[in-house]
Design a protein around this ligand. Structure first.
Ligand code: NDP
Length: 330
């Protein structure tokens, strides 16, 4: 089988992660990277491929089998996705959950017209978590689905603590509540409030002369961000911050708790999927690369239009043949 020719559009955390993930894929070759910034200003983690200006992307139409969009969900993808879906098979990680139906429609039209596949909202949530919610619901129709996030670095909450007067540096982690998870795993199907599901932890370096009690109080009472949660605030020094809080860990749990059987003899059935990620963007990029392979194969088989992870047969994600997979995994 020929090597799949892949390109990356946008070179931030996901762009770097995608380049690394393609290197681990024997059936793929990175052709180039596109950026809206001056190509000469971009330093790739591996400099063996060229960087081109995003404005020139159309001229590479026939050199690329699938394009991985690594832009942000807020303003990059809503603009870039519909424009590029008419030129390439694309894959992206659009994660504004409420706007996915609208974004799906905006990709579907140009992708169908161009006979290309546009695979949206790939990653872990939305993405692998969505697939596991589907398995849970389909297999255990009588039950409840729970999602817990963490331990994870939250960018938005970290920005919020850094804006507090007296904070020099800071990060915020979201943690799932162990007691709530224990109840769910036990088959209780509890109704859980926001405060019961997750807790928040902040690691703060104080500015010179700042008052720790005042900073703690401002953080834990902050409306929308912290007031509805139990929040712990830890004060640390700058070297500890530099040493221990520079990574972007994340993860979480999807748990379906259901019952099977007739009314007179029911059994609790609990299905659980979990992720513990050392780097959120690196993992998300690895998911994008596996689905880039699937998008390419689906297009080869004659499919076109917008697709999500719910539309992809699992074997398409693998570089191995279906026969080899049946032998090794069943
Ligand atoms: P970044 O902010 O690192 O990168 C986004 C874009 O910003 C890049 O494509 C790049 O475009 C531009 N950029 C990057 N660095 C710089 C810089 N130094 N100066 C100016 N511009 C820069 O975002 P991430 O890669 O971390 O995340 C992208 C999206 O992934 C997020 O918005 C999130 O929605 C999504 N995501 C989805 C997940 C899921 O599970 N579905 C999980 C995690 C993230 P260009 O090169 O063109 O300038």
């Amino acid at each position: 089988t020929p090597i799949i020719r892949v390109a990356i559009a946008g070179y931030g955390n996901l762009g770097r992660g995608a380049q690394a993930a393609i290197k681990q894929s024997p059936d793929m070759q990175l052709v180039c990277v596109f950026s809206r910034r001056d190509p000469a200003s971009i330093t790739l983690i591996d400099q063996s491929v060229p960087v081109y200006a995003m404005d020139d992307i159309a001229q590479y139409k026939d050199d690329i089998d699938v394009l991985i969009l690594c832009g942000g969900s807020k303003s990059d993808l809503p603009e870039q996705g519909p424009a590029l879906a008419g030129l390439f098979n694309i894959v992206d990680s659009f994660d504004t959950h409420a706007k996915i139906p609208e974004y799906f429609a905006a990709l579907d039209i140009p992708a169908k017209q161009a006979n290309k596949v546009a695979m949206l909202s790939v990653g872990w949530d939305p993405g692998l978590f969505s697939i596991n919610r589907l398995y849970g619901e389909a297999i255990l129709p009588v039950g409840e689905t729970y999602t817990f996030w963490g331990k994870g670095l939250s960018q938005g909450h970290s920005d919020a603590v850094r804006r507090v007067d007296g904070v020099k540096s800071g990060v915020q982690y979201t943690l799932p509540s162990e007691s709530a998870m224990a109840r769910v795993r036990n088959g209780e199907q509890p109704t859980l409030s926001t405060r019961e599901k997750h807790t928040r932890e902040c690691y703060i370096v104080l500015a010179d002369g700042a008052d720790s009690d005042a900073v703690r109080n401002t953080i834990v009472t902050m409306p929308d961000y912290f007031a509805d949660y139990d929040t712990k605030v830890h004060f640390i020094d700058q070297p500890t911050f530099e040493r221990e809080h520079q990574k972007m860990p994340h993860g979480g749990f999807v748990i379906r708790s259901g019952v099977s059987g007739m009314d007179n003899e029911q059994n609790n059935q609990v299905l659980e999927f979990s992720l513990k990620l050392g780097s959120n963007p690196d993992f998300t990029s690895s998911v994008l690369v596996a689905y880039a392979r699937a998008a390419y194969k689906m297009n080869l088989a004659g499919e076109s239009g917008a697709k999500t992870v719910l539309d992809v047969a699992p074997s398409l994600l693998s570089p191995k043949s279906p026969a080899q997979l049946r032998k090794e995994l069943l």
